[in-house]
Design a protein around this ligand. Structure first.
Ligand code: SF4
Length: 271
């Protein structure tokens, strides 16, 4: 399947007022060098809403920033919801702007996952349900602040989760049988080296530090799987479902890892 993430659902920092660097809290850890409260600007956020240490985030102790993706919520809130206004020039809008960003990211993440499911030939039988949900979420993303604040995001996420589960089952069982089911399993440090995991389900699974070197993960469902520190050297992830860039960034792979076409090879992976 050839699929490209729609430009609106990809981060465009040029058109964002640095919202992720303000709205989100940071906890001093292996991922972030400092503690910072939600709503407080990061001290590295410079003029023009650019990160002063962008080129050396890993070396400076901020690998967590390289693994973050707003799915395009930043530019949508800055340019559409707030029509180009920003929290620095107008501090009185900062609170609403940050809350809008946190909510919009959830909307955009749902859109990103639904669009991926929709693009599969195998899901034609549930296209109408997905199309209606995508149109509904898109209307919210294009709408005003009030409608964004009014929607029950937990409820929406539950319905979208059910739709994605149906889509995953349909895709994984078309032209073959489903692989092993490891949904929500605790697989910290598990050994799957060279395993045949085609069409498996790992949705919500904890795969921290798991050894997936050389594993065949084609058409495996990785929705929400925690891949921090997982080894993906030589693994085949072509067609893996609902895999996102932040998941890849948090894992370890190399030049021989085969990726879905819509994702980029993390620059910190050895070549
Ligand atoms: S280190 Fe840079 S990218 Fe990370 S939160 Fe601070 S300003 Fe943003």
């Amino acid at each position: 399947m050839s699929w490209t993430v729609h430009a609106d659902l990809r981060a465009d920092c040029e058109n964002c007022a640095g919202l992720c660097c303000v709205a989100l809290p940071l906890s001093a850890s292996a991922d972030f060098a400092i503690d910072k409260d939600a709503g407080t600007p990061c001290p590295h956020l410079g003029d023009g809403f650019r990160c002063d240490i962008h080129g050396e985030l890993r070396q400076r102790g901020f690998p967590g920033c390289t693994a973050y993706d707003c799915f395009g919520a930043g530019q949508r809130v800055t340019q559409v919801t707030f029509r180009g206004r920003d929290w620095r020039s107008e501090p009185e809008i900062a609170g609403d702007m940050m809350e809008a960003f946190r909510r919009m990211r959830r909307v955009h993440e749902m859109l990103r996952l639904l669009e991926e499911a929709w693009s599969h030939e195998a899901t034609r039988q549930i296209t109408t349900m997905m199309t209606l949900t995508i149109e509904d979420l898109e209307a919210i993303a294009q709408g005003d602040l009030e409608s964004l604040f009014d929607i029950d995001l937990d409820h929406r996420q539950k319905s979208v989760g059910i739709l994605l589960e149906i889509a995953s089952a349909v895709i994984r069982t078309t032209d073959g049988s489903a692989g092993p089911l490891h949904g929500r399993a605790s697989l910290v440090g598990a050994r799957f080296r060279d395993a045949d995991l085609r069409r498996a389900s790992f949705r919500g699974a904890l795969l921290l530090g798991a050894d997936l070197r050389g594993a065949d993960l084609r058409l495996a469902d990785l929705l929400g799987a925690d891949l921090r520190g997982a080894r993906l050297d030589g693994a085949d992830l072509r067609g893996a479902l609902f895999l996102t860039q932040p998941q890849l960034e948090s894992a370890r792979g190399d030049a021989s890892t085969r990726l879905p076409g819509h994702l980029d090879r993390p620059t910190h992976w050895p070549t």
